[in-house]
Design a protein around this ligand. Sequence first.
Ligand code: CTP
Ligand code: MG
Length: 227
Amino acid sequence: MYLLIPAAGIGKRMGSNRNKLLLKVRSQPIIAWTLLAAEAANTISWIGIISQPTDWPDFNAIIADLKLTKPVELIQGGSTRQESVYNGLQSLPVAAEQVLIHDGARCLATPDLFNSCAQAIRHCPGLIAGVSVKDTIKVVDEQGIIQETPDRRKLWAAQTPQGFDVKLLKQCHAEGVRQGWEVTDDAALFEKCGIEVRIVEGEETNLKVTTPQDLAIAEFILTTRGF
Ligand code: CTP
Ligand code: MG
């Protein structure tokens, strides 16, 4: 299975002056933990890291240090996640029929989750890892007034990995460019094009490291895993 890792963000909400994926959690940079999980997932055979060229010296040093056995390619990122994934899709080897896309910032996803998504995408056009929400979610207007309380039993928090048929995802991304759609994950493009996307049970610990508090939580989870 081919894996694309969007890693070209700036980490604004982290408040750091460099790509948050280069910040260390326990002994390793965030991106290194993500790569170690991908390396340990036996279904993954190729890894493309979508990233900004200014970060390439750091990423190359991390890759060398990890002594990964799988082929790893650096692909130039764009100014939004959507653009970054678009670039990644253009750089996939021609043999790629399906792809998993996994945020570099979700450094706690387990190899098992990669493997279950890689297995499942052989039987459907699109899927995402997700967990049912624990909080009651409110839809709120600009004045801070609640508009609606959707039925919680129908609400899922989207995670990555997200898996897709490559040909279909390329078509959906092209349609997104034509229509000017702005989305925060690839499943949303499938949904807008009317293609079914399945949920695979994700992991409660598979958080997206976004804020300084998340760094502390990630540290804690890695500690419980013995790192
Ligand atoms: N990403 C990307 N290209 C971009 C923006 C984001 O590849 N132009 C990647 C990030 O590196 C991250 C993933 O998409 O692995 C999820 O994005 P997010 O958590 O929002 O990271 P940042 O965009 O870096 O953070 P922020 O939104 O706080 O600036
Ligand atoms: Mg972002």
